[in-house]
Write a protein that binds this ligand. Structure first.
Ligand code: ATP
Ligand code: MG
Ligand code: MG
Ligand code: MG
Length: 431
């Protein structure tokens, strides 16, 4: 590449022109930081401004400037699309993330959002590579469904514009592809789906969106132990690949936003996941001698303050908690022999929180029916699901990983709205 003639089409990020020589930073989406073009000022076309699209023809040479390896010595510059400066919202200064969130169509032109987008793309591809390596089939589960998998009622309805429901049937945007994935796991063996998911929860947190992407894996003949193995090795694989291949983007984001990012990723890659049962977790919390706002008691939901204590103070490691109280969890989770707990698991990361939730599914017809009745669920709405337990039922398990949460961990972006191109959340009106 060095000393060869190249042509690059890109957008101008900044220009410094001393009347004799001009330094133009350009970005075509592929550089972690802009590429410097050096040109004679007389070569600059009129209207060559910040934001304009240009084609530069020239030679790549070793750069004498500090902080960059190469620069482009321009011979010709053509203006492809100009960019009037009066109303262009992106100035050379660093804009706040709050301001950039108000212009999602333009924020992608900043170094931060380009790096996030490249990491997001890399992670999506790495996830597919992982499942291919593990011989999982990629399946597509429906977006329009009639069931509330999680039973929480946080559903968006689907209506015809004229006000009628979906051809007369109450229908919703999917909250999880799990039930559909189970049908395929019980025929194809090992499957995963990676699609959009919608939750009408009015949570204005840094970690919840109304529309997010979820990776859901489901496999037959897999128990909770195998599920923990699968999900932790997937996290390790994708973060390791990212660390190897995208270190420049990670460095850039740590410089711009999260100084501790590299250390946090390295910590995840070098520390084993601690596995504890819910009951052990409660015991550890009880003996912690801490003033928790919610004092730990068997049966309660483990709160963020408890997760933080376990991961960041007690174990100083990512923690997998399994075997949760039955009363807290969804009807489809497998009831353990003690009758009090179900084979559910969550993966909690230090300085982050829950990233994965999963469970072994109840494969016994009678027990499933019983759990449905206990939770007031009408079995007639789940006939196909119950059929799976009548015809060749076997143990099986699956997990859900929120893709944006993974991207948050990998980029260090604190607000989940900054790791999805067009965030949908309460108060954010779609354009
Ligand atoms: P949380 O406790 O954080 O609300 P959850 O237990 O309700 O999550 P699950 O039903 O277990 O979520 O969903 C599986 C995974 O999907 C979660 O572990 C998380 O990574 C992700 N997830 C859940 N809800 C959201 C959301 N509103 N926005 C983004 N990701 C989400
Ligand atoms: Mg939730
Ligand atoms: Mg949860
Ligand atoms: Mg969960």
């Amino acid at each position: 590449m060095l000393n060869s003639m190249v042509e690059i089409s890109a957008w101008i990020r900044s220009i410094r022109d001393n009347g004799r020589i001009a330094f133009i930073d350009i970005q075509d989406g592929s550089f972690a930081e802009a590429l410097q073009v050096v040109a004679e000022s007389s070569e600059l076309p009129r209207d060559c401004h910040n934001g304009a699209a240009v084609l530069v023809r020239g030679t790549l040479v070793k750069s004498p400037a500090r902080g960059q390896n190469v620069e482009l010595k321009a011979e010709q510059i053509f203006l492809l699309g100009n960019c009037p400066q009066e109303n262009y919202p992106l100035q050379k200064k660093q804009h706040s993330l709050d301001f950039l969130r108000s212009i999602p169509h333009l924020r992608i032109r900043t170094n931060t959002f380009l790096a996030v987008a490249r990491i997001r793309s890399f992670l999506a591809q790495a996830i597919h590579r992982f499942f291919e390596r593990e011989q999982y089939y990629h399946i597509h589960t429906p977006i329009i469904t009639s069931s509330d998998t999680e039973g929480t009622g946080e559903l968006f309805s689907v209506h015809h514009k004229k006000g009628t429901s979906f051809f007369g049937t109450p229908s919703y945007l999917t909250v999880s592809g799990q039930l559909a994935a189970e049908t395929h796991a019980l025929a194809l063996g090992k499957v995963y789906t990676f699609g959009p998911t919608f939750r009408a929860e009015n949570s204005n947190t840094n970690r919840h969106l109304s529309e997010f992407w979820m990776i859901e894996a489901e496999a037959a003949f897999l128990d909770i132990g195998g599920l923990i193995e699968l999900s932790t090795s997937m996290l390790y694989y994708v973060l390791y690949e990212l660390y190897k291949e995208c270190i420049e983007d990670i460095r850039l984001l740590s410089t711009l936003h999260t100084p501790e990012l590299i250390e946090q990723i390295e910590h995840l890659l070098t520390t084993s996941y601690v596995r504890i049962s819910y009951t052990e977790a409660i015991d550890v919390l009880k003996s912690a001698k801490r003033n928790f706002t919610f004092s730990p008691q068997w049966g309660m939901d483990i709160q963020t303050e408890h997760e933080k204590f376990l991961c960041e103070i007690h174990y100083k490691a990512p923690v997998v908690i399994y075997d949760y109280p039955r009363a807290e969890k969804a009807f489809y989770m497998r009831v353990n022999d003690d009758q009090k707990t179900v084979a559910a698991m969550d993966i909690i990361l230090p300085y982050f929180g829950e990233i994965v939730g999963g469970s072994q599914r109840e494969e016994r017809y009678d027990v499933l029916l019983c759990s449905m009745k206990e939770q007031g669920i009408n079995p007639s709405h789940y006939t196909s699901y119950l059929d799976l337990r009548r015809f060749g039922s076997v143990i099986h398990a699956g997990f859900g990983l929120g893709f944006e949460r993974l991207v948050q961990c990998a980029t260090g972006m604190r607000n989940i709205r900054d790791v999805i191109p067009f965030p949908r959340a309460p108060g954010l009106i779609p354009d």
